[in-house]
Design a protein around this ligand. Structure first.
Ligand SMILES: Nc1ncnc2c1ncn2[C@@H]1O[C@H](COP(=O)(O)OP(=O)(O)OP(=O)(O)O)[C@@H](O)[C@H]1O
Ligand SMILES: [Mg+2]
Length: 232
């Protein structure tokens, strides 16, 4: 796919021809320098932005070419998002925030799964609190629980640890990895941080709007080395 922003003189080629697949039940990290097209790629994959050419598929379904109603349904029923601002609703409790996507979709909440996820992210005794009554790390765990309980086919995360101290960030990454290896979710996460990337099963490197390299079973050292090589 390609993605060009603006027109004529102000054209920006954010994606110059990316051809890539992501495995189900796999945790993939996307890395690359600032401005290399990572967020653009994520937004195009998630149906939040349109592509200029090419196509995006989720399983058997082509996302590119869907109309607005189909895209809304896709994002509601099949995709989860964990962004830096966790998009929790301030007037709802943690429990209500976690259930919200399912309520909106008119789907049943799987109470077993709800209990299991909430215990796993250590929120069992915080369910009746509002976001303002929770720490940053707890708010983030609410966002993770919300993404897990609604069982989306893919979870997209853009710099989810960007604003966190290293302990809280490591916690979040542990939960993301758990959701892949224990709950069978599929995660695609953009990050700048070699340590964060090392939690993934696979790291994909983007530069100047192109896919340039990948690693599997990455360690922080190998990720850092690869970043230096690709940027140097
Ligand atoms: N809405 C937009 N309109 C015009 N140009 C844009 C828009 N969004 C992004 N761009 C440009 O597209 C290019 C890729 O941006 P993108 O946000 O995908 O980069 P990134 O890899 O996520 O960077 P960062 O690591 O800084 O978040 C940049 O040159 C950016 O300025
Ligand atoms: Mg970005």
């Amino acid at each position: 796919m390609t993605k060009v922003y603006g027109d004529a003189e102000a054209e920006v080629h954010a994606l110059r021809g990316v051809d890539i697949g992501f495995g189900a039940a796999e945790f993939t990290a996307i890395m690359g320098p600032s401005g290399s097209g990572k967020s653009t790629l994520l937004h195009c994959l998630a149906g939040l932005d349109t592509v200029s050419s090419g196509s995006v598929w989720l399983g058997e379904d082509q996302i590119t070419g869907m109309n607005d109603a189909e895209l809304t349904r896709l994002r509601r029923d099949r995709i989860g998002f964990i962004f830096q601002a966790f998009n929790l609703l301030p007037t709802l409790t943690a429990r209500e925030n976690i259930r919200l996507p399912l309520e909106v979709a008119g789907r049943r909440v799987d109470q077993d799964l709800f209990d299991r996820v909430v215990a796993r992210v250590r929120l069992s005794d915080r369910l009746e609190h509002r976001p303002s009554e929770l720490s940053g790390g707890q708010q983030q765990r609410v966002a993770v629980a919300r993404a897990l309980v609604s069982k989306p086919e893919v979870i997209f995360a853009d710099e989810p640890t960007g604003n966190l101290d290293s302990g809280t960030g490591a916690d979040l990454l542990k939960y993301l990895r758990l959701s892949v290896h224990e709950f069978g979710r599929t995660i695609i996460m953009v990050t700048h941080d070699p340590l964060a990337a090392s939690y993934a099963d696979r790291v994909v490197f983007v530069r100047d709007g192109r896919f340039v390299h990948e690693l599997s079973q990455p360690t922080p050292d190998i990720v850092l080395e690869t970043m230096k090589k690709l940027e140097g």
